[in-house]
Ligand binder design. Structure first.
Ligand SMILES: Nc1ncnc2c1ncn2[C@@H]1O[C@H](COP(=O)(O)OP(=O)(O)O)[C@@H](O)[C@H]1O
Ligand SMILES: [Mg+2]
Length: 217
């Protein structure tokens, strides 16, 4: 469960989100649609508890932005696979090690790490690229690497920030279908996009954001 109650966040120089109320139940698949600068990334960062609201509260299962202790934030983030808009891949390690990092932190065995990383690289269609460094991958491949890194933890929630921004239409569509498969196994998906054409007509909930304000459908 993800719930935002009357949440406002504004950056020092302006911009952000205001008075957002939103609830996503377990296993929902929702799109967050809005133009560039409307507050999509801000909203996702609030759920990931990288930002904390100045007004209102964010709840993700038992974690509450009002009283979460800093040492509990890693536990919250184990539940959440975050696909960052700007990738956040580490340039000094290859694709395999970038994806494996999340599992080392959790403490998986070496064999399990190899199995899981290999599987998630295949899931996003990057087989054969495991030993490539980020700068040896195209923009679209880096984006899919970022998706694989989010999925490898087998998270309860996936937050995907414009994960198709650098993909061609066919690959974009495949990614949306991959997220649908993952959703069918019970994972909650919230995917931000500015591309309405890509997501319309697939039967998912659409949450519209404009100028930091959310309109529910
Ligand atoms: N780190 C930041 N510092 C200052 N202002 C920011 C920052 N990130 C975003 N903003 C401002 O907040 C607004 C919303 O940004 P963002 O949430 O990134 O929108 P979107 O993801 O929909 O493009 C924008 O006007 C942007 O300029
Ligand atoms: Mg954004």
């Amino acid at each position: 469960m993800i719930q935002l109650d009357n949440v406002s966040y504004s950056y020092d120089k302006g911009g952000g989100i205001s008075n957002v109320n939103l609830r996503l139940n377990d296993s929902e698949y929702a799109f967050l649609i809005g133009p560039t600068g409307s507050g999509k990334t801000t909203l996702l960062r609030l759920i990931y508890m990288e930002l904390f609201p100045q007004v209102g509260k964010v709840m993700v299962d038992k974690y509450n932005s009002k009283n979460i202790k800093p040492r509990k934030i890693p536990y919250l983030r184990r539940k959440i696979g975050m696909v960052f808009q700007d990738y956040h891949l580490l340039n000094d390690r290859n694709l395999f090690d970038n994806i494996a990092l999340a599992l080392h932190v959790i403490g998986f065995s070496k064999d399990e790490i190899v199995d899981r990383v290999t599987e998630s690289i295949e899931e996003v269609g990057l087989e054969g690229k495991a030993d490539h460094y980020p700068q040896e991958l195209s923009g679209g491949e880096q984006q899919r690497a970022c998706v694989a890194r989010a999925l490898v933890k087998d998270p309860e929630i996936v937050l995907a920030d414009e994960p198709t921004g650098n993909l061609d239409p066919v690959t974009s569509f495949e990614l949306i279908k991959l997220l649908e498969e993952i959703n069918r196994e019970g994972t909650t998906i919230l995917m931000a996009s500015h591309n309405y054409n890509l997501i319309k007509g697939r039967g998912h909930r659409i949450i519209e954001i404009q100028n930091g304000t959310v309109r529910q459908s």
